[in-house]
Each structure stands twice: as C-alpha cells, then as structure tokens.
Design a protein around this ligand. Structure first.
Ligand code: BT5
Length: 266
C-alpha cells in the first residue's frame, strides 16, 4: 500500500480509492510535476490505474522540456498504466488519452464547439489548445513496457497567452462554470473504458475515434521534424499510430515524431 512506497506522504493531502477497484488517487495541493510524482510511484511499484492529481504545479512540463503553465483552477493529472505491451505500441496510449479528453469535452459542451485532436496528443476547442498530454515510460530488461505515465493538463479556468499555439480554457469557451471534480471523474472513467477496449480489441477503434476529430484531416499541414520540415496532406494514422502525410509529389511519408503547424504558404 501507499506507506510501503517510497514517496514523501507527508506532502500528500489525501489518498483515496476511486470508482474503479485498485485505483488509488494521490491528491496534492501543489507539486513540481504530477508526472514526476507518478514516476516515483511507478518505480516504487504502484499499480496499473494509480492516479496523481494536483491543484497546481511549480514545474509543470510539456514535451522536450517545455514549460506547462500550471496555475490553480485547472486540472493536472498523471495516470500510471502497466499494460503488457511492446514499447512501440505504448505510444498508442497517448491517443487513448486524447480521445478520452475530447469525448468528455464534447459531452460538457452545451453550445456548439468544435473539439479536435491535434497530432500527436493535443486537444483543441475551436482551434485553441485546452489540453496537453505528456507520456513518459520505462522499459523492462526484457524489452517490454514496464510502466507508462500519461500526464494530462486541462485548462478549466485560465490559460496562458504567450504560447506557441493559441490557447483557451473550458470556462471561457463554454461561458459557464466548470466543476473540476466532475471533469476528473468523467475523464478517469472514460480513460479506463478506452484502456480496456484497447487491451481487448487493439488500436483500431481508438485510431478511428481520433481520426474522426483530427485537426486538419485531409488538409495541408506542415510538420517540423528534426532539422527539416515537410508539408503535405494529413491523410491518416497508420496501424501503429504514426502520422501519414501525402506530399505534393504524391509520395506518402510516415512520421513518428514532430510538431504540426498550419501549412506553410509556398
Ligand atoms: C504538452 O507539451 O502539451 C504536454 C503538456 C502536459 C502537461 C501535463 S500537466 C500534468 C502532467 N505533469 C506535467 O508536468 N506535465 C503533464 P507541448 O506539446 O510541448 O506543449 C508545450 C507548449 O504549450 C509550451 O511551450 C507553451 O507554448 C504551451 N503551453 C504551456 N502551458 C500551456 C497551457 N496551460 N495551455 C496551453 N498551452 C500551454
């Protein structure tokens, strides 16, 4: 149980069971990064489904060490999963998270808003970023996945302005009060549902759910890769989860890592 795990539990405000059996929620007021807390717990043996939630973060992280603005009022969560899977397949869990977030936002929306998934794992409301996802994992000596931590930040009441991609928050987008606990419960439930579906039936359903709301699907986009960028039509995701781009010369390019932008005007 928690006390046998090597975490400083004097800093944990509350530890409780959630709706799903074996799912413990470690609740903090403030942490550096929920992903770091979750990684410490994972290394100490925390079970599949364990959750870290904090009201704010002092060192919230995006990908490539970028900063994630983490003031009080938004949602900061990290989920520990231990699926028996190959490391390469684990990238699909980022899509599970993005689809889960997109679906619960669609359910929360009273007015008509457009909820899209931007590759690889952002969720946008009317083209503006409300959610970022950071996956970090560890490989076992046998080469399979030991654990993966999926960090999710959702802007509920505030968002930064000085950012790479325009941002918004759900309260501003929906013009009504959003109850953080309701979003948390709905997301956790949905995420576990999609996780079970993925474990039983594989990636195809997740892939189709993501593509149904993919930002700029069938349109031209530019992807910044290491040292170069490529422009083409976003035509899909492959069966592993890589992005498929059709270049102007007709050739298809499969992309595993990169940053997506509106197409550069040529
Ligand atoms: C992401 O990275 O979008 C992943 C963010 C994951 C955050 C969660 S919060 C819980 C868990 N604990 C953590 O420490 N992290 C995870 P990326 O695609 O690299 O986007 C980062 C960029 O988004 C920054 O460089 C800013 O330009 C912008 N940004 C920063 N904070 C933002 C916010 N709150 N809302 C929208 N955009 C933001």
């Amino acid at each position: 149980m928690l006390r046998s795990l090597k975490v400083d539990d004097s800093r944990i405000d509350q530890t409780m069971s959630s709706t799903t059996p074996q799912q413990t929620v470690h609740r903090f007021t403030v942490v550096g990064s929920t992903n770091d807390e979750a990684k410490t717990l994972a290394v100490a043996g925390a079970l599949h489904g364990t959750i870290v939630r904090s009201d704010s973060q002092t060192a919230g992280r995006g990908r490539h060490g970028r900063r994630w603005e983490s003031s009080v009022g938004n949602l900061y969560l990290s989920y520990i999963f231990r699926p028996e899977t190959r490391v390469r397949t684990a990238a699909q869990i980022g899509y599970i998270a993005a689809v889960s977030v997109a679906e619960i936002i669609e359910e929360l929306a009273v007015d008509v808003v457009q909820v899209t998934c931007k590759w690889p794992n952002d969720v946008l409301v009317d083209g503006k970023k409300v959610c970022g996802i950071l996956a970090e994992s560890s490989v076992s000596p046998g080469g399979t996945l030991d654990w993966i931590v999926i960090g999710i930040g959702i802007n509920l009441t505030s968002h930064p302005h000085d950012v790479r991609w325009p941002a918004t928050n759900l309260q501003a987008a929906f013009k009504r009060f959003i109850v953080a606990d309701e979003v948390f419960e709905a997301l956790t439930c949905r995420l576990h549902g999609w996780m079970d579906s993925w474990l039983d039936a594989g990636f195809d359903r997740v892939r189709r759910a993501w593509l149904n709301r993919a930002w700029s699907i069938d349109s031209d986009i530019t992807v910044a890769l290491q040292g170069r960028s490529v422009t083409g039509r976003l035509v899909g995701l492959d069966t592993e989860g890589a992005l498929i781009l059709q270049r102007v010369d007709g050739a298809k390019e499969t992309i595993h890592y990169g940053e997506v932008f509106p197409a550069e005007t040529r």
